[in-house]
Design a protein around this ligand. Sequence first.
Ligand code: CA
Length: 250
Amino acid sequence: MLSLDLPQSPSSPELAQASRILVVEDEDLIREMLVLSLEEEGYEVVTAADGRTALGLLQEVEPNEREFPFNLLILDLMLPQINGLDLCRLLRYQGNPVPILILSAKASETDRVLGLEVGADDYLTKPFSMRELIARCRALLRRQRFSTLPQTSILQLRDIALYPQECRVKVRGEEINLSPKEFRLLELFMSYPRRVWSREQLIDQVWGADFLGDTKTVDVHIRWLREKLEKDPSQPEYLITVRGFGYRFG
Ligand code: CA
C-alpha cells in the first residue's frame, strides 16, 4: 500500500514541510493575533500590511524551491495601495494558483459573491472565531495538496506508462514491479519531465525531510529503476544523470 494519498501518514513529504501562509492585513492587532495563532498550529507565517508589499512577496519565485512561495494567502479586503479584490483578481490573471481566504468586515452577500468571483476560495467575515479560521485554513491546504498531485489518470513518456491511481507501471507494454519508493520516485520524475532534481530534493519529496540515511540511497534507487526501465541501464534514455546537479527524467 502506498501512502501517496494518505495525508495522515507521518512519512508524507507534504506534511513534513511546514505550509507557508501569507497574511495580508493592515490592522496591527488582527495581524498579530493571526500570526500567533497560525504559528501555534505549526505554520510558517509571513505578513504584509498593504497590497503592494503583498504582491511583491507573492511574485517572488525561487527557481530551485517550490514553484510558488506560499501555500495559502489570508487576505483582508480594505487595504492601502492595492485592495484585496484587485490583488485577488491580479493574481488569478497572472495564473497564480495560491489558495485565497478572504477575511473581511464586508459581510453582505454581494461582497462574498464578488470575492469568490474574482478567484478567492473561501470567505470569512470579521469578527471571526480563530478556531473556524484555522479549520478553514486546514481545509484549503488539504485541498491544495491533493490538487498538486497529477490529475491525469495516466502519465506517459515514450515507452513508459504510469497509472497513479492503480500504482501500476508498464514499460514497452509489459507490466513491471516497483517498490513503493521506486514508484514514488518515478511518479515524481514523470510529473515534471526534464526538471532537474538534486539528491536532497528527491530525499525530501520521496523519503520525507526527517529521513536519516544519506543521499547514496537515491543513487541506489535510481540504479534499480534503470534496471527496470531502461533497455540498456548503462546508456539510460529516461533517467539521466545531470553531472554536478542530480537527475532528470527524459
Ligand atoms: Ca483593512
